[in-house]
Design a protein around this ligand. Structure first.
Ligand code: MG
Length: 428
């Protein structure tokens, strides 16, 4: 199966993102809302993370949608996977105002298709054409849309995640949750409490200035979480990025869990129970392949970007293949029995389930995983194409994988060189 990344001018891998007041403005939000409204009929769900600019951008986006005749339901602050969960089967589309892991001065818009997945490249290119051309489908005065605010829909998402794991599975497990003042502040604590866990929180007040740590859950920002985990003798700590689609962990010894190891541990837990395929981008550690094969499962590789993983999973399942898990080595995991997008709260719930079943500390489980090492570096160049051509020449005798950039594959290691245009803070 081939997936080709189409060229987009405005949208990156994860929607439109930019610095508020510079390239992410109410005017742009209005145009995107009007473009989406021109291609959609019915009700559109709107959600946002905790950023200071969220309400204003949301108002502009909604104005565009209603001008085209779409009714909007504003859910308020909700994780991106929460909005995606709500859209599937309930709405014609969704729009999430978030800049995910980026610093507070950023914000962005991510469009959700009616099936709950991020809008694919083709839809996005069509939307961009409308934004640039201005050929909108504006409704007459008697056909304009209405707005309804319904923050209670967040509970539907909470119920959905809780229903994915056995009832009361968290009894006897104490955890610390660090939503980083972001969109998971009210959802993950509620979900793990409902599972029976004793829940402690840090940075669980919504605050778009992100006063305690940046929205990216990096090891440097999680020292307070690590201290609270060890100081309170908790089983683990979990932290989210700004829109809570990713979850990263601190083990019971206060150590940051490298994200490929987190992925591998949950993969091992799932693959021991179900046989099938694990879908992941070409950038994931060989550890993922090692765990899959040791459990009798296989790995399917995609280009980098969770949307490619999600859509490949859906395509394979539609063909009758068994897909047990999807994910990236950044704390973003996709559970096909739940929904086809990364879900940080679901990953936290799965960690509780895993620990309750293993009856061993998280640190022991991690120490038992095979050891792999990964070095990532970013280089800025205007000669990207020449670099790839040179690599193809030098490594022509090797096995080369061109799923995304160029990957030189050997028995026990690989190297991947891939590029992206640095015109916005796209990413995770
Ligand atoms: Mg995110």
């Amino acid at each position: 199966m081939t997936q080709v990344k189409l060229e987009k001018q405005l949208f990156g891998t994860n929607g439109v993102r930019g610095v508020v007041g510079v390239d992410m403005t109410p005017d742009l939000a209005l145009r995107i809302g009007t473009a989406l409204g021109s291609t959609t009929e019915g009700r559109v769900a709107i959600g946002r993370d905790t950023r200071t600019s969220g309400e204003g951008l949301s108002a502009a986006l909604k104005a565009g949608l209603m001008a085209c005749g779409c009714d909007v339901v504003d859910v308020g602050i909700i994780p991106t996977p929460g909005l995606q969960y709500l859209v599937r089967g309930r709405f014609s589309a969704g729009a999430m105002i978030t800049a995910s892991h980026n610093p507070p001065e950023y914000n962005g818009i991510k469009i959700i298709d009616r099936d709950g997945t991020e809008m694919g490249d083709e839809g996005v290119v069509r939307l961009e054409e409308l934004v640039f051309s201005g050929f909108y489908r504006i409704a007459s005065w008697d056909k304009v849309g209405r707005e309804k605010k319904d923050p209670s829909l967040v509970d539907t998402y909470i119920d959905g995640v809780v229903g994915q794991v056995p009832a009361a599975i968290g009894e006897g497990i104490q955890v610390v949750i660090d939503p980083g003042s972001g969109a998971g502040y009210h959802t993950t604590p509620a979900i793990l409490s409902r599972l029976g866990c004793r829940v402690l929180t840090i940075n669980a007040t919504p605050d778009g200035t992100f006063p305690a740590r940046l929205p990216e859950p990096s090891p440097e920002g999680l020292e307070a979480l690590a201290s609270l985990v060890t100081g309170s003798n908790s089983a683990f700590g979990v932290a989210h990025d700004g829109d809570a689609d990713r979850a990263v962990f601190i083990d019971d010894k206060g150590r940051y869990v490298e994200e490929n190891q987190e992925f591998a541990l949950i993969e091992q837990f799932i693959c021991r129970r179900q046989k099938g395929t694990v879908v992941t981008p070409v950038s994931s550690s060989l550890l993922i392949e090692k765990i899959a094969s040791s459990c009798g499962c296989t790995v399917e590789y995609t280009p980098v970007g969770s949307i490619y993983v999600a859509r490949r999973m859906m395509g394979m399942i539609a063909k009758g293949d068994r897909v047990v898990l999807g994910g990236e080595g950044n704390g973003g995991l996709i559970y096909p029995g739940h929904q086809f997008c990364r879900d940080g709260a679901m990953t936290a719930a799965m960690m509780v389930y895993l620990l309750a079943s293993a009856k061993k500390p998280l640190s022991t489980l991690l120490d038992n995983l095979p050891k792999y090492h990964m070095i990532k570096e970013k280089l800025v160049t205007r000669e990207g194409k020449k670099v790839v051509q040179a690599l193809e020449k030098v490594f022509s005798g090797d096995q080369l994988d061109r799923t995304d950039g160029i990957k030189i594959v050997r028995d026990r290691c690989w190297a991947l060189v891939r590029g992206r245009v640095l015109n916005q803070s796209s990413g995770l």
